[in-house]
Ligand binder design. Structure first.
Ligand code: SOE
Length: 391
């Protein structure tokens, strides 16, 4: 008789947009992937008892708590999944690690470099006792993106010279869109920069295997005042008659130099009218180029400069073959994956790291490094100077 797969009790703090995406991943991962541990959606924690209970029923959690401190004391919890706004990441994650719980923390890791440093210190200490910490940059786990990384690693595009990255959304174009927590510096840390710019910093560093070393940036807040939000759910909110100041950036643009010498151009905005969730990355190397667009997320474009000029050209690789990262567990070729699959792959990689006693990637140190880039971008915009990112 084979012994049952050991249980991994999961508690999730927060149950809005990211909470729903993470819940789905915790349920789906063990159904499609052969995992060494069995994740059990044990406890959902939220501030409001009624709403948390309703969310637990809808999202499939066995029990609820209204205090994260109490959640950390529970013996049926081995891992804490932090899906709250950024202002609570550091406090919850550090306490969870000290309580001996593995942690998955939504991006950006924190609201400041100082908080992220404290989180890294807690994660380093916890790692000595076999406790693991991961930051949720899920888009790394889109098969076409993971394939891009593999091709760069294999040298298929040679030496990287240019990196072009955009993250474009438009949910704030309407000046009457309410002032939700994502528009408040004390809650979110920054605006488009931290919320979506953080993703493209991580993605470009992941794909190239290099690090942003210097930046020159400009942030802008186009709409300075908005109606306060009453009810909030995901990216939607209900407007009150009162108004308040927007304290974060609406858009961030910056140019960068990577450690290996490549030049980068970055753009993160919630004002790209008509663009809903467009993450576009192009990398040009000495032997070829790669291009990815999340709006066509199952495709990676490759230009191979070693092919004869007569027939060379960008070709679309449909990253839905069993040979492509993560795909073997899913559907037959051509059937495609969506937004939610990145979260499932994140759970798979985290559970494997916990079971094998290895550090998951991206870990808190990677989250801290992205935080340093975000911080340098803000300082550069404030001071109108180039800023270096110190390791
Ligand atoms: C809002 O801009 C948001 O939900 C981000 O916070 C997520 O990280 C991204 O995946 C989708 O957009």
């Amino acid at each position: 008789m084979t012994s049952p797969t050991p249980r991994l009790g999961v508690a999730m703090i927060g149950h809005s947009f990211m909470g729903a995406a993470h819940s789905q991943a915790w349920h789906t991962a063990p159904r499609f992937f052969d995992l060494p541990l069995d994740p059990v959606t044990a406890v959902l924690c939220g501030r409001d008892e009624g709403r948390t209970a309703a969310a637990a029923t809808r999202l499939g959690w066995a029990a609820t708590e209204t205090s994260w401190e109490r959640t950390l004391e529970r013996d049926d919890v081995d891992l804490v999944d932090v899906c709250t706004p950024g202002d609570t990441h550091a406090e919850i994650a550090i306490a969870a690690l000290r309580a001996g719980k593995h942690v998955l923390c939504e991006k950006p890791l924190a609201n400041s470099v100082a908080e992220a440093e404290a989180m890294v210190a807690a994660a380093d200490e916890a790692a000595e006792h076999g406790v693991r910490a991961m930051v949720g940059f899920t888009y790394r786990r889109v098969p076409a993106v993971a394939l891009a990384r593999r091709l760069v690693e294999q040298g298929r595009i040679g030496e990287v010279r240019h990196v072009r990255a955009q993250y474009l959304q438009d949910w704030l174009v309407d000046p009457e869109a309410p002032l939700s927590w994502r528009l408040q510096k004390d809650r979110a840390g920054s605006g488009a920069l931290g919320d979506i710019g953080a993703h493209i910093v991580d993605l470009t560093q992941y794909i190239t295997g290099d690090r942003v070393q210097e930046v020159s940036a400009r942030l802008e807040t186009f709409v300075k005042e908005r109606p306060l939000a009453t009810e909030q759910s995901g990216l939607s909110a209900t407007a009150s008659t009162e108004r308040g100041a927007v304290t974060v950036d609406d858009a961030a643009v910056f140019i960068a130099r990577f450690g290996g010498g490549a030049l980068g151009v970055f753009e993160a905005t919630r004002f790209a009218t008509g663009r809903k969730n467009a993450i576009r990355i192009e990398v040009n190397g000495s032997r070829g180029s790669l291009a990815f667009d999340f709006e066509d997320m199952n495709v990676l474009e490759l230009f191979d400069a070693t092919e004869p000029a007569e027939t060379a050209g960008f070709r679309r690789i449909l990253a839905t073959e069993a040979e492509h990262p993560y795909v073997a567990a899913w559907w037959p070729p051509g059937h495609g994956l969506g937004y939610e699959h990145g979260f499932t792959h994140q759970v798979v990689d985290l559970v494997q790291a916990v079971a094998t006693g290895t550090d998951p990637a991206p870990g808190f140190r990677d989250g801290l490094q992205v935080q340093r880039v975000l911080d340098a971008v803000e300082t550069s915009s404030d001071t109108r100077t180039w800023q270096e990112i110190h390791p």
